[in-house]
Write a protein that binds this ligand. Structure first.
Ligand SMILES: O=C(O)CCC(=O)C(=O)O
Length: 285
């Protein structure tokens, strides 16, 4: 497996962004786009606890759902204050995932502005992710094939990325948007998963105030090296090809998966995991 560093630049304008990174679908980290955001100065978990500690939020463990449980069912709900205390006390079993704060914590929307970068951001969906040191997010790609700006705050977080062209080597679980849960992309087991040897991707470590551009369909695996949080801003696909991919994922793939899981239960999950291995290993033979 080959991993090179994501390019890190100070700043960028829309012309450069569109003609270089968007056009070639290349990830990039921009360190100073958040320079004038109040968020860059103010945002910390303590700040979020102060303004929204009483909000009840859904929290997820990092283990895939089994049996008939929905793929994205939360493990528990608790108040943000309780959750922030929980992770501050060293627990890394729960994470906040894809939490739309637009109407839930409107004060946060005052602290940033959408980058003027040539993308039409979908402003109704600013989402928050929080994780404690040691939390891992399974390798996946986003269902909506959006352009994503992952704006990071607090401590360090590692991101490993692979372009959609590498899907054939990724042990993609059918009817899901993930690679096999068992694969540790920091220390891959090439004996068990030989196709991983062929992978060529990128990695980076995000720090407070950085924005990572994740192009449409890019696989990403995340390791919270320190307790930290991110806000993702997204622009939905405008090209017909990616727009159709989004519709197919949202309307067909997700619906079929949900139904089959409900009807068949665990044997459905087992079948898909087996197929991920069989298909990927067959490809490299
Ligand atoms: O940073 C995280 O916890 C997850 C981010 C992510 O997976 C995403 O933006 O799609």
């Amino acid at each position: 497996m080959k991993l090179s560093a994501v390019e890190k630049i100070d700043n960028i304008n829309s012309e450069q962004f569109l003609s270089i990174y968007k056009k070639t679908t290349t990830p990039v980290v921009v360190t100073q786009l958040t320079q004038h955001w109040p968020a860059r100065k103010q945002w910390s978990l303590e700040y979020i606890k102060n303004i929204a500690g009483n909000k009840e939020v859904p929290l997820y463990d990092s283990v895939p759902s089994t049996d008939r449980k929905h793929q994205h069912a939360p493990a528990v709900t608790m108040s943000l204050a309780q959750y922030i205390d929980h992770i501050s006390n060293g627990h890394n079993d729960l994470r906040l995932f894809f939490y739309n704060f637009l109407t839930e914590i409107p004060a946060l929307t005052e602290d940033f502005s959408y980058p003027d970068i040539g993308l039409k951001f979908f402003k109704k969906l600013p989402v928050l992710f929080i994780g404690a040191a040691g939390t891992k997010v399974q390798m996946h790609f986003d269902i909506d094939w959006a352009d994503i700006f992952l704006c990071h705050f607090g401590g360090k977080k590692k991101v490993i990325l692979f372009p959609p062209s590498q899907t054939k080597n990724m042990y993609h679980v059918p009817y899901s948007f993930s690679s096999l849960y068992d694969i540790n992309y920091e220390q891959p087991d090439f004996n068990k998963y030989p196709a991983l040897r062929n992978l060529s991707g990128l990695e980076t470590i995000l720090e407070h105030g950085d924005i990572l551009y994740i192009p449409p369909g890019y696989w990403h695996y995340i390791v919270y090296q320190e307790t930290s949080f991110s806000m993702a801003l997204r622009a939905f696909p405008r090209s017909p090809k990616n727009f159709l991919r989004m519709l197919r994922n949202l309307l067909v793939t997700r619906t079929v998966e949900g139904l089959m899981r409900k009807i068949i239960g665990q044997p459905w999950n087992d079948r898909n995991e087996k197929l991920a291995i069989l298909r990927t290993n067959k490809m490299i033979r």
